[in-house]
Write a protein that binds this ligand. Structure first.
Ligand code: G6P
Length: 603
């Protein structure tokens, strides 16, 4: 994880770095730092602080640092505790080369030993510091040439930014495994882990591929492969407005992102329909099995996608955690298709599992939110969600957009295969386009959800139940609550409760029941009665007009009526709101929950 940024250009780099680091903070917030080649004496000044970017900002207050070439870093600790010594940037012994790094150098102990033997002294416990010393050790008089040599010695996944007093007019960016983009400005250029970091300054980017090295100066950008061969890369333009990376009056990004869903669902319906890839759907005609792999919230979207794809396209689907799929004895042939779902398109587990499957002959599809992300470039076909940047660490708007994309994917494949009629397709589609206004109605119940949150915020455990297509929503509701409120929560298929979790139920246990009026309503209704009979506190998410459920529930949050397959897109919304309110009432940092990071680029 970690976020890195680099600036070279005509303005003072310090405010640019601080702005960018704030937007990268979702990638890690254990410590932060900057390294600036000072304008007057051309020395590298390094300033670091444990904690968040605002702590670094306070620390820099009144320090008059000015320079035009600089690097910044926000850390999610892997090797070594979050201390000043372990914070990036790391600087070579002579103080002439500074680097920032996102990723893990797997052979750092071996490299460290070599460097120690040569007399280099280490100040930190990080794997990163070896890169700074290696640059100094191998410096040829040309920073770019040195980068080729250094990159050949490093094993693992990394995105690295390098500056040096020897050649103060440039930044070197190296990418292998972790994301790195180059932002193209006028009289200035940038490197960064992600687009929002520099969106204030440019909308034109080059995405580096693994094994590529960028030489970035004020008025030029050149890309090379690790052997020094120059590569021509086509820049891409993003249409995101800078305001999408701001809170826009909301207290937290997560709250803003929950409330953006009517728009992001609508945009994803339109985006999917206007960018259909006919080749992809023709290819699906011959597929005998589809594997979906993902992590976290994206995995839950995959579980729901399975219901739709099997129902409408009649393709058998297996859903796996990417970290498990990668190391199991999977059976792949030329008719296998593997789909990776990932908001960031950078999650290491998902990427590497997909790359392995591709090597074994599978056709690959990615469903991503971040344009130009690694996954989108590494797969044969790409589907997008159209959400703009998601900054809150807990995914919300990208989850519902993933659901919309998966549903449309299943319907489109079904029509192409002839497993559903065009009339059925149109019927579902016409219901889908009313979902944004139904989401809007649920968001209007914010005060009610907050009151409920107030009543249950002190519970120490929650159980979430759902059946069939709403079972993954129970999993997602439990995950959201755990992530941001640190309350223990479990998601379970309601029918399975009697085989274990029922033993946990007593008068202190809130049980959130996802019970819309679909074809499983009566079944889950019975399960809720089983909870009530054991004095559990029942919080139901139910369909407007269902008065029966009121009698057996302590709380009911109503959602509008829709057709069976579309309910998960609605039922998840009250659960996102509930977690948000419980966590904020408990005073938790919902945008940056402890120990988590939004983009997990380590295995
Ligand atoms: C991290 C985030 C989750 C996210 C998961 C997968 O754990 O905290 O919110 O769901 O990664 O991320 P991806 O970008 O692959 O969807």
């Amino acid at each position: 994880m970690c976020g890195i940024i680099g600036y070279v250009g005509k303005r003072n780099a310090v405010p640019v770095l601080l702005y960018g680091l704030q937007r990268l903070e979702y990638r890690g917030y254990d410590s932060a730092g900057i390294a600036v080649i000072e304008k007057t004496d051309r020395k590298i000044i390094v300033e670091k602080q444990v904690g968040k970017i605002k702590d670094l900002q306070e620390h820099l207050w009144n320090k008059k640092i000015e320079g035009h070439t600089a690097l910044g870093h926000t850390r999610w600790a892997t090797h070594g505790a979050p201390t000043i010594e372990n914070a990036h940037p790391h600087t070579s012994q002579k103080g002439t080369i500074s680097i920032v790094h996102n990723g893990i150098i797997e052979n750092y102990l071996e490299l460290k030993k070599e460097l120690l033997d040569k007399g280099y002294r280490f100040k930190s416990e990080t794997d990163t510091e070896v890169i700074a010393h290696l640059f100094e050790d191998l410096y040829t008089g040309d920073l770019l040439e040195t980068a080729f040599k250094v990159a050949k010695k490093l094993r693992g996944a990394y995105a690295v930014g390098v500056i040096s007093t020897y050649e103060p007019d440039r930044i070197i960016g190296i990418k292998k495994g972790s994301p790195l983009i180059v932002g193209l400005g006028k009289d200035e250029n940038f490197i960064a882990s992600d687009i929002p970091a520099v969106l204030e300054y440019t909308k034109d980017f080059i995405a580096l591929d693994d094994g590529e090295i960028a030489l970035v100066k004020t008025d030029s950008v050149e890309i090379f492969n690790i052997n020094g061969k120059k590569i021509e890369k086509k820049p891409f333009h993003v249409t995101w407005d800078v305001s999408v990376a701001e809170k826009a009056g909301y207290k937290h990004f997560m709250q803003k992102e929950i409330h953006e869903q009517p728009r992001t669902i609508g945009d994803t319906i339109t985006g999917f329909s206007s960018s259909k890839d006919d080749q992809l759907f023709c290819m699906l005609k011959d597929v005998d099995r589809l594997y979906i792999i993902a992590c976290g919230t994206s995995y839950h979207a995959g579980l729901i996608g399975k219901f739709w794809i099997e129902r409408f396209a009649k393709i058998p689907v297996e859903v796996d955690y990417a970290s498990e799929y990668r190391y199991r004895d999977r059976i792949i042939n030329e008719n296998s298709v593997v789909m990776g779902i990932s908001q960031s398109g950078e999650t290491a587990d998902t990427r590497f599992a997909l790359l392995d499957a591709k090597k074994e002959g599978a056709k690959t599809i990615s469903l991503v939110n971040v344009v130009g992300s690694s996954l989108s470039r590494e797969t044969d076909y790409v589907l997008y969600t159209y959400c703009g940047p998601e900054i809150g660490v807990a995914a919300t708007k990208t989850f519902t957009a993933q659901l919309v994309s998966l549903l449309l994917f299943a319907l489109e494949a079904g029509v192409k295969k002839g497993t559903i009629s065009f009339r059925d397709y149109e019927y579902i589609y016409n219901q889908l386009i009313h979902i944004p206004s139904k989401v809007e109605d649920i968001l209007g119940k914010d005060d009610q959800v907050k009151e409920i949150a107030h009543r249950y915020m002190n519970a120490s455990d929650f159980l979430f139940l759902g059946r069939n297509i709403n079972y993954p929503i129970a999993l997602e509701g439990a995950l959201k609550l755990k992530e941001i409120s640190y309350i223990h929560a479990e998601g379970y298929p309601a029918g399975e409760m009697k085989h274990g979790p029922i033993a946990l139920i007593d008068e202190k246990m809130p049980v959130v029941c996802v019970a819309p009026k679909d074809r499983f309503y009566e079944k889950i209704f019975s399960n809720i009665q089983e909870v009530k009979a054991r004095k559990g506190k029942v919080l139901s998410v139910a369909t407007e007009g269902d008065s029966q459920i009121k009698q057996i529930s302590d709380e009911v949050i109503y959602i509008s009526q829709t057709i069976d397959p579309l309910y998960p897109i609605l039922t998840v919304i009250p659960l996102q709101m509930l977690s948000y309110h419980i966590a904020t009432l408990l005073g938790k940092d919902v945008d940056q929950p402890r120990n988590l990071a939004k983009t997990v680029t380590v295995e």
